[in-house]
Each structure stands twice: as structure tokens, then as C-alpha cells.
Write a protein that binds this ligand. Sequence first.
Ligand SMILES: *Cc1c(COP(=O)(O)O)cnc(C)c1O
Length: 345
Amino acid sequence: MKIENLLRNNIKTLKPYKAARHDLNIKGVLLDANESPFENGYNRYPDPYQNQLKKVISKLKGVEHNQIFIGNGSDETLDLLIRAFCEPKIDNIIIMPPTYGMYEVLASINAVECVKVPLNKDFSLNAEQVLAAVNSQTKIIFICSPNNPTGNLLCKNEINKVLENFNGIVVVDEAYIDFSKAESTIRLLKQFPNLFVNQTLSKAHAGAGLRLGMGFSSVEMIDVLNAIKPPYNINALTQSAGIDLLQQESEFQSNINLINQEKQRLYNELSKLSFVLEIFPSEANFWLVRFKNAITIHRNLINNGIITRNRSHELYCGNTLRITVGTADENTQLINCLNQIKSTQ
Ligand SMILES: *Cc1c(COP(=O)(O)O)cnc(C)c1O
């Protein structure tokens, strides 16, 4: 499969904007970009290729520098993928509800059809059904594992079946992979040039405010995204903060351990409540919980200053709330509040 053949025609023939200085690779007097010459830490345009940041990510993830893409949040990366490969009003993407809402939003913004192939009722992936929905206009399949809002990991054999049988782009969104014991799909990059693994600094790395998405794929795919991205999509402050954050490895690991410990405590406490009907298996930093009456609980929690996410309108998610694992103190507040609701019901 050739990535180039999948591209929209206007992207195939695109002449990207060139940030001249960064291709020259020399240090000198910088009079080329109409910047202010007064140094303050951010008077210069940032590195458009984020080379220092990529060096750190490359070491951390064991992926070559030229197989890494950095987006202004993964939302930017996912948007660029759709814009590179999907012709508006002609091509389509496939998603598997219930899943992350942004895939469909991004498809809509780009006037690209979003074909929905539901997960099984137990939220597992059915590769056969996904592949049956593929037509000649299907360019991207989005697989979210661990899935949001359900929390479960999708079966790697099923993901493999999709990768082996689909001649388009397969995005595996691993925003929550660091909370899981599962191996990353990054290990399959050599085998599948059409695989794009999406990760982020927004969850386990505690950097949601930075807006840093990490994409891993073949050199051909990364080259495409680099050619179409806004040249300075990652600002200078974010690049340096991202480098700092990714180097705090022991804090990263101990935070994950704490979250997983608290997640178990939350499970134990939630399962004691009479109005909790089901807690779905989760490999992420949240639980999807089915209540007798989710709306009442949701409102009650809000009245007590605790905000959870009502997912009741999502497919197969009737009467559910998605509850993020917080600090020990925050989780205790949640549990106390739920226990109080129990005593009034
Ligand atoms: C939170 C989340 C992301 C992260 O998006 P950013 O734009 O990087 O903050 C991506 N995918 C899924 C499924 C998520 O839940």
C-alpha cells in the first residue's frame, strides 16, 4: 500500500510553506522573520519541527525522530489526518460508538461522512463488522483503546484483523494507554505503514493545559502531516514545558500508581452502593458507572460541587456517568456525597 495514493489530490500537489531559517541549520544574525530582536524567552518563532521535544519523546517511546508528529493537542493531529486523506462530501471515516466524540465532530467540520459501526454490547470490537462497512471511499478507521467513555481495552487480535485487511489509514487512539498494562500498538509500526498511533500529554502525563498530542507512524505519514500543519503549531513555552514534563519519569510513574490505587478504592466503594447497577471494566483513569437513575445522581453531585460526565445518551450507555479518578481527597468527597445520597433514597 502506498500512502501517497490515499491522499487528496490537492494535498498530493501541495507546496508547503517554508520557514527558511529552520532549513538552513546555521546560527547567525536573524533578520529573516520580522521578529523583535529583544530577547525575552519567546521573541523568536518556535522550532517548527520541535526537534528537542521529539528527541525526548523518541528516547521515551523507542520511536525514530522522523516517525513522530506533534500536534497542538491530539485534536489537531486527528483533524489534520482527516484533512489530508478525506475529500469533503466524497470520502468517509469509520468510528465505533460508543466512543470519543471528537472523531465525529472533526468529520462534520470537514464535511466528511462518519460511518458508525457500533462496538458489541459488551463494548468489544468486531473487526468483521467494521471491515464489512468499508467501501471504496473509506479512508480512515478510528479505533480508541482503551476506549473513551467505556474504559475497556479493545482486543489486539481484532485490531490486527482491521490492520491486515483495510487498505486505508488505521488510527489507534491510545490517550489512556499509560494507565493500562497492555502493550502499545507502537510495536506494530514496522509492520503497518498505514498505522497511526495517537497518544497525548493530556492524561497520564498531567499536561492537558499544554495541548500536546504525540502521533507515531511511518515516515511517509509523518511527512504528510508535517507538510500540511500550521508551521508553528506548537508554541515555544509549550515545547519547553513538554520537555520538562516528559523528563519527570519517577513522578509520572508514581502518579499512575496512585491513580490506579485510588481507582480500586473507588471501585470498592461504588460497588457497595444500592443504586449502582454496574461498573464497567476499565483500563483508564475513569469508571463508567451505570446507576438506577444517572440524571438524579449527576444533578445531586453538581449541587454538592462535584462534576462528573453524564454519558447516558451514548449508545448502550443508558443511565451512566463517567467518573474520573481524582486525588484521594477528591475521591473521598465523591464517596461521602454518594453515601449521603444513599441515605436519602
Ligand atoms: C482525552 C482524549 C484525547 C486527548 O486529546 P488532546 O487533544 O490531546 O487533549 C484523545 N483521545 C481520546 C480518546 C481522549 O479521551
